[in-house]
Structures are given as structure tokens and as C-alpha cells.
Design a protein around this ligand. Structure first.
Ligand code: UDP
Ligand code: MG
Length: 319
């Protein structure tokens, strides 16, 4: 069996050598042949030089370097496109995904699972973040049609046919957690102890997490648009009810004119609601806009991938 390891790297120069040693050790211990594809996502810290160095010493290393930072989703996509393995393992370069788990993943794959998913515990996470995450996953699983599991990220093994399935999803907005769930196939989840990042910085801040959360809500369904219809209908009903009530009160008790507070509250409340709904529509429209441009997901600046499967929409490729 051939294994491909896909590793997106963004400014990981401090740890990449250590990472490479650790995974090479684990991979050599398996009976399979392997290749490691490092995707340099437009790093500014010499990651590319480190990667060319690794490639010069180790024939199993392949690398791609993007012309700028296109984001981890694009980096993973590039790696998957170039992977030749019968199974692909996606892994972060920062050693937060323990290389020791590779063997276990391969074992589970041998039992016939197309996706072997590693799920981290939330040990060591800030409590607030854990609470938000729990609430979020609860909500999104009620809402969206694909099931997302708390603590599950991109660290996983994917069989060849599942990879081919993923590559058939051409969308520009790639919410990979959802894509992985969307393709289906037999999956198994196993848990590992959360590891703290040792060098460098995580790309997540509260704001980026919030936006990622919104992405998740919007990427896989049109329920927010439906919600607008229901909210609108309920408000109209409420308004009719209120009008009838005012009519009755006026008829029985004569005309009174308090109502100022009610009026202001209604104007502000309804104005806010309308803006939110406009935002929701705008968000979907923006997605349509980006999809319709059909831009490539990334541009490659340097690579040693001989068999480069051209990005069908990307550099050199003509859509
Ligand atoms: N990464 C990337 N492009 C980016 C940001 C991150 O390729 O724009 C890589 C990064 O080098 C690492 C992985 O994606 O290998 C996960 O990033 P990070 O550790 O910042 O995220 P977290 O572990 O906090 O989810
Ligand atoms: Mg990390």
C-alpha cells in the first residue's frame, strides 16, 4: 500500500524539521511505501527553503509552494490533488496532530474504514471556548444536514475513493469539515489527547472562529433563508393581531395615544431584523459571486511534483 501524507505549512520553519523526523520515523515503521507532500501556503519565514532542503535529502518528500497565502483549505486541496497514495493522511505541521497515531489510523483503515477520523479532547482549551464550541455544535447539528462532530478537525486518513469523492467537489468556498461529512463512506472516530501548540501562532482568534462558525452554518444549507420567511410570516401575524387588538381597544375605550415606546421599540427591532436578513441574503449572494468567477483555489510558485496533476482551473490549466 502507498500512503500519502499531506501537510499544509504556513510559517512553520521552526518546527518543520522536527516534524519531518517524527513522521518519517512513524511512516518507516509501517510496512507501506509513502510520500510526504508539504504544501507551503505562502509562508514568509523561509519554510520553502526548509522544504527544498528536506526534498534534497529525502526522495519521499514532495512540495508545492503557493504564490501567496491562500489558506489551509486550499493547501489541503492542492495536496489531495497531487497525492498518489491509496490512502491519504492529512496532518498539521505544528505537531499538534501526534505522528504516533499514524499506525493506529492505518490499522483502522485495514478494517475497512474509508475515513479514519482523529478527534481531539478539549483538554487545555479555555473554558469559554469549550462552552461556545459545545453550543455551536449542538446548534449546527440541529440545523445543517451534514453531521459535524465536536473536536473533529482535518486530522484524518482518507481512502483513495473518498479522496476522489472530495476532489469532485469543485466549490470555491471550501468548508472542509462539511465536505468530509458530505462525502460519507464508512467512517470511524477515535479520540486523542489535545496537544498544545509549541512554536508559532495559531491562526484562530475569536473573530476568525466566529466567522468560521458562520461559514459552517451557511455552507451547507439554505435554512437561514427559510428562517427569514418564517420570521417574516410570524411578524406579520403578530402585526395583524396587534392591529385587531388596538381596534377593539379604540372602539370600546375611545382613542388614547400613549404608544411612543412601543413605536420606537418596533422600529428599532424590525430595522435590526431586516438588516440581519439582508445580511443573510447578501452572504449567499456573495458566495454565488465568488463561485461564478471560477477562480483557481491557488497558484503554485515552486514545486518538485513531477506528475503534477494540473489544477483544472489553476495555473497552466484551462477551464
Ligand atoms: N496553515 C496553512 N495556511 C494558513 C494557516 C495555517 O497552511 O493560512 C497550516 C499551518 O501551518 C498548520 C495547519 O494549517 O500546519 C493548522 O494551523 P494552525 O495550527 O494555525 O491552526 P489550529 O491548529 O489552531 O487549528
Ligand atoms: Mg495547530
Amino acid at each position: 500500500m502507498r500512503i500519502t501524507l499531506v501537510v499544509p505549512c504556513f510559517n512553520e520553519v521552526d518546527i518543520i524539521e522536527q516534524f519531518h523526523q517524527a513522521v518519517s520515523h512513524e511512516l518507516a515503521a509501517t510496512e507501506s511505501t509513502y510520500e510526504i507532500i508539504y504544501v507551503d501556503d505562502g509562508s514568509k519565514d523561509g519554510t520553502l527553503a526548509a522544504l527544498t532542503g528536506l526534498a534534497a535529502d529525502d526522495p519521499s518528500v514532495r512540495y508545492l509552494s503557493f504564490s501567496r497565502n491562500f489558506g489551509k483549505e486550499s493547501a489541503m486541496l492542492a495536496g489531495l490533488r497531487h497525492a498518489n497514495g491509496d490512502a491519504v493522511i492529512l496532518m498539521d505541521a505544528d505537531l499538534q496532530h501526534p505522528p504516533e497515531l499514524i499506525g493506529r489510523m492505518l490499522d483502522l483503515h485495514d478494517h475497512g474504514f474509508d475515513q479514519v477520523i482523529a478527534r481531539r479532547t478539549r483538554a487545555g482549551d479555555p473554558a469559554v471556548r469549550t462552552v461556545f464550541a459545545r453550543a455551536y455544535y449542538w446548534m449546527i447539528n440541529k440545523w445543517a444536514e451534514v453531521e459535524l462532530i465536536d473536536g473533529v478537525g482535518d486530522f484524518r486518513l482518507i481512502s483513495r475513493r473518498a479522496v476522489d469523492g472530495l476532489l469532485e467537489l469543485p466549490e470555491y468556498n471550501r468548508f472542509s469539515k462539511g465536505l468530509f461529512a458530505w462525502i460519507g463512506f464508512d467512517s470511524v472516530v477515535f479520540e486523542y489527547e489535545n496537544v498544545k501548540r509549541e512554536t508559532g501562532r495559531s491562526r484562530w482568534s475569536f473573530r476568525t472562529l466566529f466567522e468560521y462558525g458562520l461559514d459552517g452554518l451557511l455552507s451547507f444549507n439554505n435554512r437561514p433563508l427559510r428562517a427569514a420567511i418564517y420570521v417574516g410570516l410570524s411578524l406579520s401575524l403578530l402585526a395583524v393581531g396587534y392591529a385587531v387588538w388596538i381596534g377593539i381597544v379604540t372602539a370600546t375605550q375611545g382613542v388614547k395615544m400613549p404608544g411612543y415606546a412601543t413605536l420606537i421599540a418596533a422600529i428599532a427591532g424590525l430595522g435590526g431584523l431586516q438588516m440581519v436578513m439582508l445580511g443573510v441574503i447578501g452572504e449567499y449572494l456573495g458566495r454565488v459571486y465568488f463561485e461564478s468567477k471560477k477562480r483557481p483555489h491557488y497558484l503554485v510558485k515552486a514545486t518538485n511534483c513531477r506528475s503534477s496533476v494540473a489544477d483544472p482551473l489553476g495555473p497552466g490549466g484551462r477551464a
